[in-house]
Design a protein around this ligand. Structure first.
Ligand code: UTP
Length: 289
């Protein structure tokens, strides 16, 4: 079945990026010349997604404003001969059919996704975490969708991380199916190196069967007192097929400062406009370090 819908949970409090995120949603922080969430929506669209639900909260209305038209601004830009900027402003608003639902209480990623139940209905859907940006030749979500279609399975995007990092992620128990694709039979959230199933960590991209909603509805709070998506996925992979896709590409966690800065430098270097200047600047700077 074609995957048409995606959900982006973006209602977290962003406490790792305070004080910047006290009033600006972390998903709206500028990554070179666009907000973080625009990269994520572009990845979904490039993967063939048509309808996107953003899960927000009362402090995050900047997101729906951003993906709306802004006629006064566009007219002013056009009047001043700034066609390129006017087109960029309009482009963001026309990227996809974007819908919003509020997570009224910040009860965890699993709870945020459960809020998408009515939007999704009874079809497979994608989840892209609102602060994880990917740089990849083939969009990472597309890699998951292709593998998921081949195996008729839900899918999680994984990459290997070192032992000292696994306690920040969910570790999956896997057995190989083919190069880069594994069957998933279990997982745990933020394990210690002794508790981990493997060094494959789930990183921000999922393709899920709608069965997850009934599971999440009955999932009690877990790690950190929040309803964890991993606890729901753990049950899902026991009920129906799930694969892990060791995706090609680089993932940036823009929800913490070092990840955000790494992404800023890499995306600036990759930009045709600012890249040459950034390269020269870094070379010059490196001489003095
Ligand atoms: P994170 O755990 O990275 O976000 O969740 P957070 O809770 O904002 O992080 P801290 O406070 O810095 O530790 C991953 C994604 O899920 C969303 C976040 O907005 C982020 O995009 N999320 C998280 C929700 O939508 N609702 C929640 O209750 C928690």
């Amino acid at each position: 079945m074609k995957v048409r819908k995606a959900v982006i949970p973006a209602a977290g409090l962003g406490t790792r990026m305070l004080p910047a995120t006290k009033t600006v949603p972390k998903e709206m922080l500028p990554m070179v010349d666009k907000p973080v969430i625009q990269y994520i929506i572009e990845e979904a669209v490039a993967s063939g997604i048509e309808d996107i639900l953003i899960v927000t909260n009362r402090a995050k209305s900047a997101m729906d404003d951003y993906f709306d038209y802004y006629p006064e601004l566009e007219e002013r830009l056009l009047r001043n001969g700034r066609q390129q900027e006017a087109a960029a402003v309009r482009y963001a608003a026309d990227l996809a059919n974007i819908f919003y639902v509020r997570q009224k209480e910040t009860k965890g990623v699993g709870h945020a996704i459960w809020r998408a139940k009515r939007f999704v209905g009874n079809e497979p859907f994608a989840v892209l975490l609102g602060d994880d940006i990917m740089r990849a030749e083939t969009p990472v979500l597309k890699q998951l969708m292709d593998a998921g279609a081949k195996y008729g399975a839900s899918a999680v995007g994984v990459q290997t991380v070192e032992d000292c990092m696994i306690s920040k992620y969910s570790s999956v128990k896997v057995s190989p199916l083919e190069e880069r694709i594994y069957k998933v039979s279990d997982m745990n959230e933020k394990p210690s190196p002794e508790e981990k199933f493997s060094n494959y960590a789930i990183l921000g991209r999922y393709l899920l069967s709608p069965e997850i909603f009934d599971i999440l509805e009955n999932t009690p709070p877990g790690y950190g007192g929040e309803i964890q998506l991993t606890d729901g996925l753990r049950q899902l992979c026991r009920k129906s097929p799930m694969i892990a896709v060791d995706f090609e590409g680089r993932r940036y966690d823009t929800g913490n400062l070092s990840g955000f800065l790494e992404a800023t430098i890499d995306f600036a270097l990759a930009s045709s406009e600012i890249g040459p200047w950034m390269r020269a600047f870094i070379k010059e700077k490196a001489k003095t370090l």
